[in-house]
Design a protein around this ligand. Sequence first.
Ligand SMILES: [Zn+2]
Length: 317
Amino acid sequence: MVTQYAINYRVFSFTLLFIVFISPCSAKSNAGSPHDSQSIDVQFHSIMSSEKKQIIRQWISHSSDALKLVYGELPINHFITKIKLSRRNSGVVPWGEVSRNTPPEVTLVINPTSTLNELKADWTIYHEFSHLLIPYDAGDARWFSEGLASYYQNIIQARAGMFNEKKMWQKLYEGFERGRKETNYSHQKLSYVSDNIDQNHNYMRVYWSGALYWLKADITLRRLKSGYSLDRALYQLRKCCFDRYLTAEEITKQLDKLTNSIVFTSLFTEFSESYTLPEYMKELRSLGVTPFTPEVVLKNDAENSHVRHAIFQGKLE
Ligand SMILES: [Zn+2]
């Protein structure tokens, strides 16, 4: 599945097509947050039973709770989740996308036969919700935003107990491997490949180079021991800079300023200019993640094993 987002005309036409089916009582779900001002407006854009709507509300509540495991609250006080039923019976959530309107809208197309457990086990909603962690204007460096969502979709699922630490690193490792193997545009820089992804279809290289960017930033910040993890840097960004949408470059500058570092801008330059997925085995080994077939092995005596475990737990160290 290709997850798109953005200011996308197709989104608007799709919405218009289904607008007549909007439930008259689109529900506000306050997902049990201690922050009473936070809410998700759930809109149903297809006809469905009240039981199905209830399942969907439970699914959204579960997934937003997972998102809160980044720094204790939702990145945005109010956003809209639009639910549509797929006309085909393939996949659990065959489509998802974020539209950067005000408030932002997360559209999820679901298979009408999906159960609550199947919905919770599908990665799409965690990916789309993770996009909300930055106020990205969707104008440039798509790899940067897709990478953030690809990184955090795995982290928040693991923190929410959907799978264990080992599986989390297994999924990240396998993603990096898929990205590394996509080399048919290795004569072009990531920034160019990312801007032309609709033509070159290098989704694996673009998404997983991006995920590696955020992992490297997370490791570097934690190793600086200046009191920052990526979770904490994103929380500071949420507090200072969510009043308007920003370019990827503006976000990196803000994150550097907030963390008193050059981690985000320097890695941004390095990754933008990369011709293949940058090196990741060294980082994984330093974290104590050793790739063995068919599964990774986690070691607790590596240089940064404590960093690995802290990323999984959502702690500083
Ligand atoms: Zn995405």
